[in-house]
Design a protein around this ligand. Structure first.
Ligand code: SAM
Length: 248
């Protein structure tokens, strides 16, 4: 059989394309791309000729297309899976083909590279030894509050994706749920010319967003709860005193 290869693509700086990505673009039999126009654009900027057949593989068709692509893998093809930017499957298409490949016992591997999660986490200055990735901050206010509330006692560093037109609505909710004093980093336009990392407390970053609304792509990295905060806000944790009362 051939192989499915997930390959990361640059998140802004074309120089981050790996040698392996370039070789795969040239040699893969099939390239399954989130947006074929963007794939050709990347190939042009890299000066690469895409040798194989290119097909659109996105959120809306990935479940339907996975098995057909895997039939080709079974016949010996190398299928390269790329998204518009960063690592496939991370808030991007790819999971469906990985799952089906595992179920069908077909080889799947990865040519790793840029992803905004790790870039932002590493630059945040916050603890990196334990972290959780939360994807996009929910768009609707009620869902956003519910998600943030469920994370109040989370002690790991939290990483969220956010969009520039919602950040001004999100900051007051972060402040409301996590309080003003936790540290955070607002990372925008990573790897690009206008890369900027704003670091401070939640209250300071809220002020900064009000004073100077950030444009471009954004990742938020937020300090986890302290031991005290986790104890005070854990939704269902019973204290020693509670347990003593219950056992009477
Ligand atoms: N698969 C991608 C990855 O591995 O990072 C993520 C794709 S997701 C649809 C796009 C979101 O990732 C953006 O809205 C932004 O939150 C984040 N992102 C991607 N590139 C970024 C960059 N250069 N700077 C900051 N955030 C970025």
């Amino acid at each position: 059989a051939g192989t499915v290869v997930l390959a990361a693509t640059p998140i802004g700086n074309v120089g981050d394309a790996s040698a392996r990505l370039v070789a795969l673009l040239e040699r893969a039999d099939i390239v399954a791309a989130e947006d074929t126009r963007r794939l050709y654009d990347l190939a042009n900027r890299l000066g690469v000729h895409v040798g194989g057949k290119v097909i659109a593989y996105h959120d809306h068709n990935e479940r339907n297309k996975a098995d057909g692509l895997l039939d080709s893998v079974e016949e010996g093809a190398t299928v390269l899976v790329v998204s518009d930017a960063g690592m496939p499957t991370i808030n991007d298409p790819g999971l469906a083909i990985v799952r089906r490949a595992i179920e069908r016992g077909l080889p799947v591997t990865c040519a790793p590279g840029p992803s905004a999660v790790l870039d932002a986490l590493a630059l945040s200055g916050l603890p990196t030894d334990r972290f959780c990735y939360e994807g996009f901050v929910p768009r609707k206010h009620a869902e956003r509050m519910q998600r943030l509330r469920s994370l109040r006692a989370e002690q790991r560093t939290m990483v969220f994706y956010e969009t520039p037109h919602r950040i001004a609505e999100t900051m007051p909710d972060l402040l409301g749920e996590f309080g003003p004093d936790r540290r955070m980093a607002l990372c925008r336009e990573l790897t690009k010319d206008y890369e900027q990392i704003r670091r401070g407390t939640i209250a300071q970053i809220k002020q900064s967003v009000d004073d100077d609304p950030p444009r471009g792509e954004i990742v938020l990295v937020i300090e986890g709860a302290s031991d005290d905060e986790a104890r005070d806000s854990a939704p269902s944790a019973l204290s020693v005193e509670d347990l003593a009362v219950l056992s009477i």
